[in-house]
Design a protein around this ligand. Structure first.
Ligand code: F3S
Length: 66
């Protein structure tokens, strides 16, 4: 599984890094950043990735089942 953030959609709501702090961080302005190299999601964090995607009000968290 791989994740990415669409920077054109992210408005800095912060749900992603609150709910999945091992996968997402925040830049100085509160916009989401990816912590996982290349957006690759370890198997034990796949539920967190879905949780973040489901809770982003802007649908800015993208999940790719690869
Ligand atoms: Fe941005 Fe959504 Fe996270 S708006 S900060 S990707 S919850």
């Amino acid at each position: 599984m791989r994740i990415s953030i669409d920077p054109s959609l992210c408005q800095g709501h912060g749900r992603c890094y609150d709910l999945a702090p091992d996968l997402f961080g925040a830049d100085d302005e509160g916009y989401a950043t990816l912590l996982a190299p290349g957006g690759q999601v370890p198997a034990d964090l796949e539920d967190d990735a879905h949780l973040a995607a489901d809770n982003c009000p802007e649908s800015a968290v993208l999940v790719f089942e690869e």
